[in-house]
Design a protein around this ligand. Sequence first.
Ligand SMILES: [Zn+2]
Length: 206
Amino acid sequence: MVSAQNALALLRDGNRRFAADVRSHDALASRERRIELAAGQAPFAAILGCSDSRVPVEIVFDQGLGDLFVIRVAGNIVAPSQIGSVEFAAEQFGTRLVVVLGHSQCGAIEATLEQLQRPKENQSRNLRAIVDLVRPSVEGLLATDLRHDPNALLHRAVRANISASVNHLRRGSEIIEQLIREDGLLVVGAEYCLETGVVDFFDGVG
Ligand SMILES: [Zn+2]
């Protein structure tokens, strides 16, 4: 089992390689590795990321087959199926690091801010389910001076949503709470920058 701190170091090293354009993921997806993994997996980290096509999790952390347990959903929101997925990884595979990975210019956060400022009547019910989960962490920002600065507002809203997902996961279930208390499970938040390729671990890293 890889400890949370060691897992964090592996992700940081991998992202450094990716941002410096020195990638090894071709080798990490080899035929040999695939065959070896058919017998079982032990992913060292679980990542809750956004579905955005510009943030493929294995690539930005320069990891290969079998390394990461990845959950992707627009806006990296937390609903019961995401909590269940994290429980599954932690219990079945001994994964001890959980990362909520948001990113700059996130369309789900933009859509939520847009909906709060200029509500649309005919929004799809399913899309609204995502917006409703993002809303509580960002609507308070619209009452501050940030509402006059769209870029700063979006940046703060992205981070607020990441932190809200981190908190939600930490208190998401009895199983997760117990793993945090007794078994070294760590839940942290990070933001990926589309322009630089750098992941900033800003929440829960100590
Ligand atoms: Zn996004």
